[in-house]
Design a protein. Structure first.
Length: 157
């Protein structure tokens, strides 16, 4: 039942994206901002970060919110993602406090120390960058298709 509701919600998001009054690049950039923000260890606020970043960068805020909301798909993977972020960041930054998978909850991370959080933050950027780029390319291609379909339907009227 929850799976059907999730699929329906995702279709609604894609439908709204396809009807935005924006260029394909604006839609793709906004959506990618939302995806990027969802990787930062700031939960539960990727929505706020995406909205502010899109607004400050003068990108499509609605698309950014849609990207951040889409991150709900990988919530079950958050402990694994945070652990991967920590391990990547630990390769770059000195960390005094260990983090294990069973302890990969944000509150526990903050209680460990800022060195752990800083490592996670750096690691999140390393993970988010290629995912964001791939997302941008996919969403831009989809948005270009939506724009062509809009033009074709307007010309056939």
């Amino acid at each position: 039942m929850a799976r059907i509701a999730l699929k329906r919600r995702l279709r609604e998001v894609w439908h709204k994206l396809s009807h935005l009054n924006a260029t394909p690049a604006q839609i793709a950039t906004g959506f990618s901002i939302g995806i990027f923000s969802s990787f930062l260890p700031l939960n539960p606020s990727p929505l706020i970060v995406a909205t502010l970043a899109a607004w400050l960068l003068k990108r499509n805020v609605i698309a950014a919110v849609a990207g951040a909301v889409t991150s709900i798909l990988y919530i079950p993977l958050l402990p694994l993602i945070w652990l991967a972020e920590y391990r990547l960041g630990k390769l770059i930054l000195p960390v005094r406090h260990p983090l294990t998978l069973d302890r990969a909850r944000l509150w526990d991370v903050l209680q460990k120390g800022w060195d752990v959080y800083a490592a996670m933050f750096v690691g999140s950027i390393i993970i988010a960058a290629p995912v964001t780029l791939l997302t941008y390319l996919i969403v831009k291609r989809l948005a270009e298709r939506w724009a062509r379909q809009k033009n074709e339907s307007q010309h056939s009227d």
